[in-house]
Design a protein around this ligand. Structure first.
Ligand SMILES: Nc1ncnc2c1ncn2[C@@H]1O[C@H](COP(=O)(O)OP(=O)(O)OP(=O)(O)O)[C@@H](O)[C@H]1O
Ligand SMILES: [Mg+2]
Length: 268
């Protein structure tokens, strides 16, 4: 079964009057993970935003189809998009602090998202928020803390908790671990892998860091300037890259610890 399917998706910039994404395709099954890598400006985030219905002003899906659970997303109304976001597809981005209100306790913010997205009453929403904290491996006392009292890794866990509050089928992680130090990054990746394995959550993992994608994904798309230069199973892309650009990315990312990941996988 396919949860999310992109077929030849083109994204057009109405102001620059040019296509910025030139036909991207992939399919995602429950519990699967697809990675999107590529240099800055290659169209990774726009592709994610097209799936979430939050393209910047003047940007449109000008060709191809995006469908979720078999439903073509073209022409959804704003209300339908709002209903879809969170309940079917959700996302976490870089810089989690910017998504939280600094003057409210994080637990209340999670509970509020639960209330809005699931319609639970206040009491039940609080219980659910505590459950969500537990499922992102944060202790219950975090409920009563303010954002500034949490580390970057803890904040990203809080954002993951809000993202999965309404049990989405697909979670998009766009550079979600980029700002974190290596140990914390590994913990978050492990958490995402665990959520995927336990709940069948499907992941779209965007990173400029191939090591991140290698760790989590089954399939990888390598983008350059809005085009897919290479796409296939993660082992194939890493061990037998066909495209010079992919080889360059691999060489460039070796210093981020890709070698270490590959060695670990060989041992395993
Ligand atoms: N809000 C926007 N307004 C104008 N141009 C944009 C906007 N967002 C993206 N673009 C342009 O679209 C192209 C793709 O951008 P996108 O953000 O998808 O790249 P990316 O692969 O996510 O890069 P990064 O690794 O830096 O996050 C780039 O040329 C970028 O300049
Ligand atoms: Mg981006």
């Amino acid at each position: 079964m396919t949860l999310l399917s992109l077929r030849d998706v083109r994204i057009h910039d109405g102001v620059g009057d040019r296509d910025v994404v030139h036909g991207i395709s992939f399919e995602l099954a429950p519990g699967a993970a697809v990675g999107i890598v590529g240099e800055s400006g290659s169209g990774k985030t726009l592709t994610c935003r097209a799936v979430l219905g939050i393209l910047p002003e003047h940007f449109t899906v000008a060709g191809g189809t995006v469908s979720l659970e078999g439903r073509d997303l073209a022409g959804l109304s704003a209300n339908e998009w709002t209903a879809l976001r969170g309940s079917t597809v959700a996302a976490v981005f870089q810089d989690p602090a910017s998504y939280l209100n600094p003057s409210l306790k994080v637990g209340n913010q999670i509970a509020e998202v639960v209330r809005v997205k699931t319609g639970l009453g206040r009491r039940a929403a609080k219980d659910r928020a505590l459950e969500l904290l537990d499922s992102v491996r944060l202790p219950a006392r975090v409920y009563g803390l303010y954002p500034h009292e949490l580390s970057g890794g803890m904040l990203q866990r809080v954002l993951i908790a809000t993202a999965i509050a309404a049990d989405p089928r697909v979670l998009i992680a766009d550079e979600a671990t980029t700002a974190l130090d290596v140990t914390v990054q590994a913990e978050i990746l492990d958490l995402l892998a665990d959520l995927r394995d336990r709940t069948g959550l499907a992941l779209v993992v965007v990173s400029h860091d191939l090591a991140v994608v290698a760790q989590l994904c089954d399939e990888v798309l390598v983008l350059r300037a809005g085009e897919t230069v290479e796409q296939g199973p993660v082992e194939q892309i890493l061990y037998e890259p066909r495209h010079e650009y992919t080889r360059l990315l691999i060489a460039e990312h070796a210093r981020y610890g890709l070698d270490r990941v590959l060695e670990l996988e060989h041992v395993a």
